[in-house]
Design a protein around this ligand. Structure first.
Ligand code: FAQ
Length: 319
């Protein structure tokens, strides 16, 4: 087959919704885009463990502690599925980790904000996992098979995460004046960064058009952001909290909420490494990687030892 006929076959698969599998031919740029997106996604999951990990020892009850611990563990698991999905495209885990540690690879901007009160655990589950679900449910139908299949399980778990966060917010919002204030303060601080999670507006998103043609992305950044705002504003109302956007207004004609201007300078500043916690997050990841070196070395040594034991002896040795 020529490159042209490979390309035609690939285009047909995309058009007919036949998923692309690791051994299928695919254009170089499709492969590169997937490696970029899936590795960024994997990095986000494991960096995303840090802001919440900060509260495991200080959760207000044993129940809250168990739930938070399970959630943070799930995020680590999501990272593993995603690194494995990216590896099927021909990049190694070590290369991806190196790109994260050197600052070459991005991870979600949201995880560079601090978690200063217990209510932040509620806000992260409700808003950050809520935004992640909005973005990731369509990824269950993304054109690359291993990524789509990983997303099915991830989305089930994220949906539990979103509920546990909303439940924390509901409890605080129905609590004492101080607790309600704490919940409102967390919403005030996490609202805009959550809105930014969906990425730049469509006009400024260099990758959306091509990724949608390849059916990697099923919706644009702005479409998903709008869907998120429409459902989340109603959830805030239900628990008596106020979304910190004076321009937020239901638009009868469009059937959507109109919302205020997003501070894109803040977004790009955080993406470029200058957010409140970027340095701290990368240092924590580097430390975890260095501290775990002995575990990786031991696993390699063990695998080699087993392989040596299992290698069949030659005839002369056996005699
Ligand atoms: N932060 O042209 P686009 C989670 C970059 S998981 C940082 O729109 P694309 C679970 C983008 O990479 C959260 N960088 O790009 C959890 C590109 O840079 P490049 C992560 C961002 O790829 C919860 C440039 O800007 N989820 O939360 C961000 O078509 C709680 C231009 O942007 C995923 O990764 C950002 N927010 O669309 C864990 C989902 N947005 O590479 C723990 C999968 C954009 O050219 C606790 N990813 N950039 O240098 C996606 O859907 C897409 O990659 C987008 C970006 C939508 C993030």
């Amino acid at each position: 087959m020529t490159t042209k006929s490979f390309q035609e076959h690939f285009d047909k698969q995309i058009e007919n919704e036949v998923s692309i599998e690791p051994r299928d031919w695919m254009p170089d740029d499709y492969r590169k885009t997937l490696i970029r997106q899936i590795s960024q996604h994997a990095h986000s999951e494991i960096v995303g463990m840090l802001p919440e990990g900060n509260w495991i020892t200080r959760a207000p009850s044993l129940r809250r502690k168990c739930v938070l611990l399970a959630k943070v563990q799930d995020e680590g698991g999501h990272g593993l599925y995603l690194y494995s999905a990216a590896e099927t495209l021909g990049i190694s885990r070590d290369e991806m980790i190196e790109q994260l540690h050197s600052g070459k690879a991005k991870y979600s901007s949201i995880f560079n904000y601090p978690t200063i009160t217990w209510a932040d655990m509620g806000a992260i589950g409700w808003l950050v996992d809520g935004a992640a679900i909005m973005n990731q449910v369509p990824l269950c139908r993304t054109s690359y098979g291993p990524y789509a299949r990983a997303m099915v399980r991830v989305c089930k778990e994220e949906s539990f995460h979103q509920r546990q966060g909303y439940e924390i917010m509901m409890t605080l919002a129905n609590g004492t004046e101080v607790q309600k204030k704490m919940a409102q303060d967390a919403l005030n601080r996490w609202w805009w960064p959550s809105i930014m999670m969906f990425g730049p507006s469509d006009a400024d998103s260099p990758h959306t058009v091509q990724s949608m043609k390849w059916r990697i992305k099923r919706f644009s950044n702005d479409e998903l952001r709008q869907k998120f705002i429409d459902v989340t504003v109603e959830q805030a109302k239900l628990i008596g909290l106020t979304v910190p956007d004076p321009d937020l207004k239901w638009n009868e004609a469009t059937g959507h909420y109109d919302f205020g201007k997003i501070n894109w300078d803040e977004f790009w500043n955080v993406v470029k490494g200058n957010g409140p916690c970027n340095k701290e997050r990368l240092q924590a990841r580097q430390k975890a990687w260095n501290d775990g070196a002995w575990v990786r070395d031991a696993a390699v040594a063990h695998a080699q030892k087993r392989k040596f034991k299992e290698t069949p002896k030659s005839k002369s040795e056996a005699a």
